[in-house]
Write a protein of this length. Structure first.
Length: 134
């Protein structure tokens, strides 16, 4: 799908059995495509290297089947929506190289900790500089 088509809800209606979605290196993506939260069958969502991504929608909580969420190298993503707390099936969260999220997701003290505390397997980290250069 092209970037302009993503704002058409009909594009997502035919994807009722979609279980995995990867968004990779979409330089102009500022938020998740409109309507993706209606894909109730989605179990895995991966977002890599979307440098303009600044937010995830509150409606992400509608993805009731989501089990795994991976967010990597989204350097402008500055918070997690409160809707994350509604993802009762989410058991794996990996956030890597999202520097604005790192302090917000710290146990007990981070502003976004209440949204992710219930997730069994979670990792929020920065890749060491020497490993990034390999």
């Amino acid at each position: 799908m092209s970037g302009t088509e993503w704002n058409k809800p009909t594009e997502w209606e035919g994807l009722k059995n979609l279980s995995s979605l990867t968004l990779r290196s979409i330089s102009k993506l500022k938020s998740l495509p409109w309507g993706v939260e209606n894909v109730k069958s989605l179990k895995e969502l991966r977002i890599y290297d979307c440098q303009a991504l600044t937010s995830l929608p509150e409606s992400i909580g509608n993805l009731t089947s989501l089990e795994k969420l991976v967010i990597s190298e989204c350097r402008k993503l500055d918070s997690l929506p409160k809707g994350m707390a509604d993802l009762s099936s989410l058991h794996t969260l990996n956030i890597t190289d999202c520097p604005l999220l790192l302090p917000r997701c710290q146990p007990e003290t981070g502003d976004d900790w209440p949204q992710i505390a219930h997730i069994m397997n979670k990792s929020v980290r920065e890749t060491p500089q020497d490993l990034r250069e390999l």
